[in-house]
Design a protein around this ligand. Structure first.
Ligand code: PLP
Length: 372
């Protein structure tokens, strides 16, 4: 049987062996982490050990890590829970941040980005001047669709000058870039385990010791009353194990960027009209967003799938819903171009042979569509 070539790490990274071990060990243990007996204390031990590992991934204090059921929930919690009077978000935020902002009932300013995805800092300053205070600025560190990296510490320094809170969605940056919560200068940072080889359905908010955070979910007062509900002990254990491996995995960046560049060079050499989105900007080492003009992203994804290759069009989190990528239109692409994009994202198991197969498939799909 032909091996599936998985090039969709930004959607979900393959689970790591250490994670499977940690999750199954935790699942075999009995006990509610809130119980005071020995079994409860053992479960608490698993949760707290993992919390320390997730904190280490971003260089924060363990007590400042709040576990949630997803990156989406973590970002919703921040957008809704700071007490800010207005929101400023980038034009290329993940839908979980954009939708939470829209639904918040607060005034929202959408900040423009350059063609390579960098936030317009002048627009940020003028929006901060006009915004009702305190404002919350929410800008992702790294974009999920085309990998643009923001200067978050610079953005935070500007925002702090206006007394604003700052949140960064670090879901795609974790495990790909070295993260230091304190050096970033933000008040809130959000994470998701399944993007770093952990289990799906577990995320976290990391917050500054003095940052306000209203609970979205109330009840038993778990997570220092910041997120009620019996902790997902197995998921948390897996998140901790993934965080440890992901820290080591950051050393893989150079290898990934070489493979990513090889894809982009081959595609551009084969078809002049192919566009690599944000190529000249600062980007994640593993992510490439490629436009094949005139061929819908979903059609390309189907062709790749027939060739045993998994990639995605637009944001995989919203696939099934066919809609134009807000990210690409936010970068200034016309809808016809935005619709013709796919995302290729590499990771720790990606090999040179996978890259070769992708390049061959891309060329053959392109040639076939040009023969019609
Ligand atoms: N933020 C970014 C940048 C993402 O890429 C994703 C998932 O694609 C999320 C948030 C949502 O994370 P989760 O899938 O854990 O809800």
């Amino acid at each position: 049987m032909k091996r599936t070539i998985y090039l969709d790490y930004n959607a979900t990274a393959p689970i790591r062996e250490s994670v499977v071990d940690a999750v199954s060990t935790a699942m075999r243990a009995v006990g509610n982490p809130s119980s005071v007996h020995a079994a409860g204390r053992a479960a608490r031990g698993i949760v707290e050990e993992a919390r320390a590992m997730v904190a280490a991934l971003v260089n924060s204090r363990p007590r400042d890590v709040v576990f949630t059921a997803s990156g989406t929930e973590a970002t919703n919690m921040v957008i809704r829970g700071t007490g800010a009077k207005s929101l400023l978000i980038s034009a290329i935020e993940h839908e979980c941040g954009a939708a939470a902002a829209r639904e918040s009932g607060l005034p929202v300013t959408t900040l423009p980005v350059s063609s390579t995805g960098a936030l317009d800092l002048e627009a940020l300053k003028s929006a901060l001047e006009k915004a009702e205070k305190p404002a919350l600025v929410s800008v992702m560190i790294a974009n999920n669709e085309m990998g643009a990296i923001q200067d978050i510490s610079g953005i935070a320094a500007i925002a702090k000058g206006y007394g604003a809170f700052v949140h960064t969605d670090a879901v795609q940056a974790a495990g790909k870039l070295t993260l230091d919560f304190k050096a970033l200068g933000v008040d809130y940072l959000t994470l998701s385990a399944h993007k770093i080889g952990g289990p799906q359905g577990i995320g976290a908010v990391v917050l500054a010791p003095t940052a306000p955070l209203k609970a979205l979910v109330v009840g038993g007062g778990q997570e220092l009353s910041r997120r009620s509900g019996t902790e997902n002990v197995a998921g948390i254990a897996g998140f901790g194990a993934a965080a440890m491996d992901a820290m080591v995995g950051i050393g893989d960046a150079e290898r990934l960027s070489v493979m990513r560049d090889r894809i982009e060079e081959a595609v551009s050499a084969h078809a002049n009209e192919a566009v690599v989105v944000g190529r000249d900007g600062e980007r994640l080492p593993n992510t490439s967003c490629i436009i094949m003009p005139g061929v819908k992203g979903e059609t390309q994804v189907m062709h790749f799938d027939l060739n045993g290759i998994c990639v995605s069009s637009g944001s995989a989190c919203s696939s099934g819903k066919v809609k134009v990528s807000q990210v690409l239109t936010g970068l200034g692409y016309e809808p016809e171009m935005a619709e013709a994009s796919i995302r290729v994202s590499l990771g720790y198991k990606t090999e040179e042979a996978d890259v070769d197969a992708f390049i061959e498939a891309w060329k053959s799909i392109y040639n076939r569509t040009r023969q019609r």
